[in-house]
Design a protein around this ligand. Structure first.
Ligand SMILES: NC(=O)C1=CN([C@@H]2O[C@H](COP(=O)(O)OP(=O)(O)OC[C@H]3O[C@@H](n4cnc5c(N)ncnc54)[C@H](OP(=O)(O)O)[C@@H]3O)[C@@H](O)[C@H]2O)C=CC1
Ligand SMILES: O=C(O)CCC(=O)C(=O)O
Ligand SMILES: [Mg+2]
Length: 735
């Protein structure tokens, strides 16, 4: 159940590394807030929490959990919302199944994930699990558009302490490969609805038989509705070609998708790559693989498990592997390849990391190599292609002198691909897909073949207008060069431009904005920041996601330090912590050597913003003081180099929280606006300073051995607290 009826601030309970960090940071935040009369509550949006909330009838009374995501989904539509949102798992199939297994082992009588549902009951279970898969949280909570940028202090810290960047050489063989047709980009059609409408999506087979793929999709007037498809045949031949070309070029083969956020289309594309990679095996043993329950969309890892008792198939796989180019590795020590798990390589983080390291990826030999980066759909691939060309021509970016690229992203009300999950289909038979409105108008029509991936996405008028207005506001506040990353030759973008231009004209600011296709905008932005100047990228949803990892990773080394504000359309505030994810690798490190390298700077920044928002909206003076002091503490972390180190034995996440608490208490004790608060925090500031050696010693002593947190997806709260709060002295002072 929700723990506090109406807390001033809601802090989300999530998964993996940020959840580990919360076990140490949240008690500090709660303590400071309560001393200032501010309530902080938590809401559980973790993968495990969402699974448990979906199956109350399978659980004992004590095991049941409230559907906090549903509650939060309502809250973000109210002006009172003040939510600090940490990154959560957007689960791929294998992750969802692993989480279910772990919960079952802990004694939760959950049903297995039905891979082939036959009965109505199984279909119901499958539908409930599928709703939890992928990006199931962010589209619900993001009821506003996105404003992501590095805070001034964070940017200047990065310029003064530039991170190491890999060198780019002009003869690097690294390149991006994307389809020359037959992809989502080239098949897209788009229309803006003059009136509100309800649509159905119908497949008419070659024999005239009609299948309704989806009925009753309703749109308000002014919605931009797109439809497109990726040809399975074109995809397969592209993949087969690129595997061959990569081999000839003597570099690594890599595939970059977003199988989490694009939870329906991208796992299918991933499955095509697995099948093409192992084509001779699928050709020869197709029936046996089917019988063994192999689903290529779940990856090579799951496939190998399914055939572990079939030596003939294993030998055939080995023979194919020997013929293939070396693959880009996720973990070369453990033999985990790019194709093992669909959620291991996620394009927004993977491509920037490769570009930051000079176009290199890890190979099976545990060494860095150039790579072919396969990004099948050409809608957004040109961004990476152009960035790679730019660095080959100009050499690496210098973070000491580079300006910044900020982002204003369209995402409210499930804009663009975010809302496409219920209207994406793997086409069962050759025919024609039509999207028909209730008045009989055929809005979109595509001739398709069995296996093609057809999808429709939409963007509503109110969010589009809000997005343009947010861009105008940010441009006015900064004076930066501002570019709408829209391609007038792409169907969807052409419809958006019809909104953007008149809105800019009406506000008299058209001369302050440029409109450029992603490729040109990438080059223009890189040229701008190379000169030490700044720019705002105003983008759709997918580029919001891609760019807010790409530029931060180049400029700051990580997107974890980003300020990520969602000004909710109905007046509330959603403060996301950084622009990165939940860093699974960090959990493994904690489990093996009790060192957590997670950097909570995103949480610190979001906390400051959330408190300042509380102060403004509720005219709460103590929240303002607490927020300003939190900002000073964040500055203290940067100025004094108190961020976590990556290596065991050196200060980690827990140490940085000690320093954050100390700087926060010191700033509160030093301020003169509210002497009562100052008096309240003075003893804590003193105790934290006096016990520095003891606390850091206790924290250091905990490191260097395995840590047991009682579960990966559903850790034991007591074990987690014991691991993450190992300093009795610090705990005594914080309370
Ligand atoms: N807002 C959200 O809810 C988001 C959720 N996700 C989800 O997160 C999971 C993992 O995604 P993935 O693509 O691997 O990306 P991540 O951003 O989690 O990880 C990529 C790498 O970024 C670095 N990193 C990220 N955050 C931090 C941090 N706070 N401190 C230090 N380093 C950090 C780490 O590098 P290193 O290992 O070198 O230290 C990490 O391995 C997926 O389930 C995904 O769906 C992803 C993005 C946003
Ligand atoms: O919603 C998701 O699955 C991931 C979101 C993400 O990567 C981001 O917002 O940057
Ligand atoms: Mg992202």
């Amino acid at each position: 159940m929700a723990d506090t009826p109406n807390p001033d601030i809601i802090y989300t309970k999530v998964d993996e590394a940020p959840e580990l960090a919360s076990a140490s940071l949240l008690p500090i935040i709660e303590n400071f807030a309560s001393a200032a009369g501010i309530t902080v509550g938590t809401r559980n949006i973790s993968l495990a929490g969402r699974i448990l909330a979906a199956f109350p009838e399978c659980l004992t009374e004590a095991q049941r959990v409230n559907d906090d995501l549903a509650d939060l989904g309502e809250l973000v539509k109210s002006p009172d919302a003040n939510v600090i949102k940490l990154p959560n798992i957007s689960a791929s199939g294998p992750q969802l199944e692993a989480a279910i297994r772990e919960l079952q082992e802990q004694g939760h009588a959950l049903p297995d994930y039905p891979s082939d549902p036959a009965t109505d009951a199984e279909k119901d279970v499958r539908a409930r699990y599928d709703a939890i898969k992928g990006s199931a949280v962010n589209p619900v909570l993001r009821e506003g558009n996105s404003d992501r940028r590095a805070a001034a202090a964070v940017k200047s810290f990065a310029q003064n302490n530039p991170h190491r960047m890999g060198d780019w050489s002009s003869d690097s063989k690294t390149r991006v490969a994307s389809m020359n047709g037959g992809d989502f980009r080239s098949n897209e059609t788009s229309a803006t609805l003059a009136d509100a409408a309800t649509a159905k999506i119908v497949l008419t087979g070659a024999d005239g038989a009609e299948t309704v793929l989806k009925d009753g999709v309703s749109y308000p007037a002014g919605t931009v509705v797109d439809a497109t498809y990726m040809s399975a045949a074109a995809l397969d031949s592209f993949l087969a070609d690129e595997i061959e070309k990569t081999k000839a070029e003597g570099v690594l083969f890599s595939l970059h998708l977003k199988a989490t956020m694009m939870k329906v289309s991208d796992p299918i594309i991933f499955g095509h790559a697995v099948k093409q990679w192992l084509k001779p095996v699928f050709d020869k043993f197709g029936a046996e693989l089917d019988a063994a329950g192999v689903n290529p969309n779940a990856g090579l890892g799951a496939l190998l498990e399914r055939v572990s008792d079939k030596p003939e198939i294993l030998a055939a796989i080995e023979a194919v592997r020997a013929e293939r180019p070396p693959m880009y590795m996720v973990d070369s020590d453990r033999g985990i390849t790019n194709l093992h798990v669909p959620s291991d390589v996620i394009i927004d983080a993977s491509m920037p990391a490769l570009i930051r390291s000079g176009g290199k990826g890890w190979g099976p030999d545990n060494k860095e190599h150039d790579a072919v980066c396969v990004i099948p759909d050409d809608s957004y691939a040109p961004v990476y292609d152009e960035a790679i060309k730019f660095f080959k021509e100009n050499g690496k970016l210098d973070p000491a002198t580079a300006g910044t690229v900020q982002n204003i992203g369209l995402m409210a009300q499930k804009a663009e691909e975010y809302g496409s999950h219920p209207t994406t289909f793997e086409i069962p038979a050759d025919g024609t897909v039509r999207m028909e409105l209730d008045d009989g108008t055929v809005l979109h029509e595509h001739a398709v073949q069995a296996g093609d991936i057809w999808r429709s996405a939409s963007a509503r008028k109110a969010p589009i207008e809000d997005w343009v207005n947010l861009a105008i506001e940010r441009q006015k506040a900064t004076g930066f060069r501002a570019i709408f990353w829209l391609d007038e030759t792409r169907a969807h973008d052409a419809e958006l431009i019809k909104y953007v231009r008149p809105l800019l004209e009406a506000k008299g600011v058209a001369d302050k904005f440029e409109i450029m296709a992603p490729r040109e905008a990438t080059r223009a932005s890189l040229e701008t920041i190379t000169r030490g100047e700044n720019t705002i990228a105003i983008t759709g949803n997918v580029l919001r996601d891609y760019l807010t990892d790409l530029f931060p990773i180049l400029e700051l080394a990580t997107s974890a330090k980003m300020l990520s504000i969602v000004k909710l359309m109905n007046g509330g505030g959603l403060f996301e912590t950084g622009a990165g994810g939940s860093a699974p690798k960090h959990v493994q490190q904690l489990q093996s050597e009790n060192h957590l390298r997670w950097d909570s700077l995103g949480e610190f920044c979001a906390l400051g913003e959330s408190l300042k928002f509380l102060a403004e909206v509720h005219d709460n003076a103590r929240a303002r003081i607490l927020g300003e002091a939190a900002e000073k503490a964040t500055q203290g972390i940067l100025d004094n180099g108190r961020s976590p180190s990556r290596k065991v034995g050196e200060p980690d996440n827990r140490d940085s929280h000690y320093w954050f608490a100390r700087y926060w208490a010191e700033a509160l004790a030093a301020q003169t606006d509210n002497p009562t608060l100052a008096e309240e925090f003075a003893p804590m500031a003193k105790a934290l300073a006096e016990n520095e050696a003891k606390i850091t010693g206790e924290l250091a002593a905990a490191q260097g051995k395995p840590a047991d947190i009682g579960g990966y997806y559903h850790p034991d709260p007591e074990k987690l607290a014991a691991v993450m709060r190992p300093s009795a002295t610090l705990n005594g002072i914080i309370g």
